[in-house]
Design a protein around this ligand. Structure first.
Ligand code: 9WN
Length: 463
């Protein structure tokens, strides 16, 4: 495996502590690099994951832009002819037993010059156009512009797939057909929809979970939920990964506010990319406006002042308040009155923006809150990084700075974990996790030692 020969310096001087953070984050990304892509974790996730690649590329842009583009290119080289970008691109050199469900389970046919079983048939949140734009901004120049030109049609094809084939409601929003597609896999946001799926634990006798060999059972989804995940994935696979008549045929069809916020953010990013590559930005702006309008009309619950997921099989909004309900903040065109409501939700005891701890993945006050378990309470750096961006863009610079301080302190204290206990801050899940390292690099590069330092910070401490 080729190594980065030297640690690239930060773009501005850092404190000794942050210098060390910069170096160790670089080492994590370097150790997780595999020829043409980065694995999320060398132990738990030994293949390439879709939305991980997006976040990872933003960090790589600071230290090895060629790797940032290579990572995104590798992912999009696995794009299906229908435009979907698989949620996992398998490294066929990794043993089947090292990750479940692996290539044999998904049993994807050969296509587009790829061998059989090269990927899953699911997708993940479309964070890639945003990432491509951010990589370009961080590493501008002809080489990056050329990469943007190459990626642009593929990014558009992904949006076309999601808005077209997955546009089940015909409103411009995309549906997910599996909790794994959300990236927020085990979130309480899916509990109501999953309650209608039978949990057949016999499936777990046929298919052995691998995650429990590498992570504590009380940090991971329950067996019941895992059995449901397998049933939903097998149904989609057995239907040839077809998206026809999903509401009638499929077990799980949901519109998620986080997923669709990233879908809208992708159109905003594509409008910017179009201007660089000589394409027309107007259709992207139109689509972005439609997506924001539909997210507000369909997924916003004015009574609670938050966004919720919508089960298309029952027509019901989830009753759970989860971090996905805050994601629409990343949309610059979210109406101001709604922004204020969502910020109030983020400030409330349910999520509680403060300098000591980033925002948890789920409502701290809810019965479903679980401080250890996967997306049901723990803190995730990618979600907080996105929220910080959204808050800053809407003029809540103080909140954005607070979140950044909390994130950097947490990683400094606990390490580059996949997720963190929302009360103690202890690291949970995989260590040496790539997107945690990547986004730490990005935060250090952006605000450096002045983060959270009143008076000298670039961001004001108040609204
Ligand atoms: C299933 C890789 C992925 C992330 C997801 C996270 C987790 C996989 C798993 O790990 O999901 O895709 O096995 O649990 O939930 O967001 O992309 O880091």
């Amino acid at each position: 495996m080729n190594r980065l020969t030297a640690v690239s310096p930060a773009p501005h001087p850092l404190s000794e502590d942050d210098e060390s953070l910069w170096r160790t984050a670089t080492e994590v990304l370097d150790a997780n690099w595999r020829t043409d892509h980065t694995v999320p974790s060398g132990t738990l996730y030994p293949h390439q994951w879709s939305w991980d690649a997006a976040f990872i590329s933003i960090g790589l842009a600071h230290i090895a832009p060629d790797r940032a583009w290579r990572d995104l290119r590798s992912l999009f080289e696995a794009q299906w002819p229908d435009g979907r970008v698989p949620h996992i691109v398998f490294d066929l050199g990794v043993a089947e037993r090292d990750y479940f469900p692996g290539p044999d389970f998904w049993d994807v046919p050969a296509m587009a010059g790829r061998p059989p079983r090269f990927s899953t048939g699911l997708v993940q949140p479309p964070a890639h156009a945003l990432a491509a734009w951010e990589v370009y901004r961080r590493a501008p120049g002809d080489a990056s512009a050329e990469e943007l030109r190459r990626l642009y049609p593929r990014l558009v094809a992904l949006q076309d797939y999601l808005i077209g084939s997955r546009g089940v409601s015909g409103t411009g929003l995309a549906s997910i057909v599996h909790p794994w597609e959300s990236g927020l896999d085990n979130s309480p946001s899916w509990d109501m929809a999953l309650a209608n799926v039978t949990a057949d634990e016999d499936l777990l006798l046929r298919y052995e979970r691998q995650d429990l060999k590498r992570a504590a059972a009380d940090h991971r989804p329950t067996n019941d939920d895992y059995a449901r995940y397998i049933a939903i994935a097998a149904t989609y696979r057995n239907g040839g990964y077809s998206d026809a008549d999903l509401v009638d045929r499929h077990l799980f069809v949901v519109e998620c506010p986080a997923y669709n916020s990233l879908l809208g953010a992708a159109e905003h990013a594509l409008a910017r990319i179009a201007a660089v590559v000589g394409a027309d930005p107007a259709p992207h702006r139109d689509r972005a406006a439609t997506i924001t309008r539909s997210i507000v009309e369909r997924l916003y619950d004015p009574e609670s002042g938050t966004f919720r997921s919508l089960d298309l099989k029952t027509g019901r909004l989830s009753t759970q308040r989860c971090v996905n309900g805050l994601f629409p903040l990343i949309l610059g065109d979210l109406p101001r009155d709604i922004v204020a409501q969502v910020v109030a939700e983020a400030e409330s005891a349910r999520f509680g923006i403060n300098e000591l701890m980033p925002i948890p993945s789920s409502d701290r006050t809810a019965d479903s809150f679980d401080a250890n378990r996967y997306w049901r309470g723990p803190v995730w750096i990618n979600a907080n990084w996105l929220l910080a961006r959204g808050l800053a863009a809407h003029g809540y610079a103080g909140h954005a700075a607070t979140l950044r301080t909390a994130m950097l302190d947490l990683v400094r204290r606990s390490g580059y974990y996949e997720y963190f206990h929302p009360i103690t801050g202890d690291g949970i899940g995989a260590g040496a996790f790539s997107w945690t390292a990547a986004l730490v690099l990005d935060m250090l590069a952006e605000v450096g030692p002045r983060i959270g330092d009143p008076g000298t910070t670039r961001m004001s401490r108040t609204r």
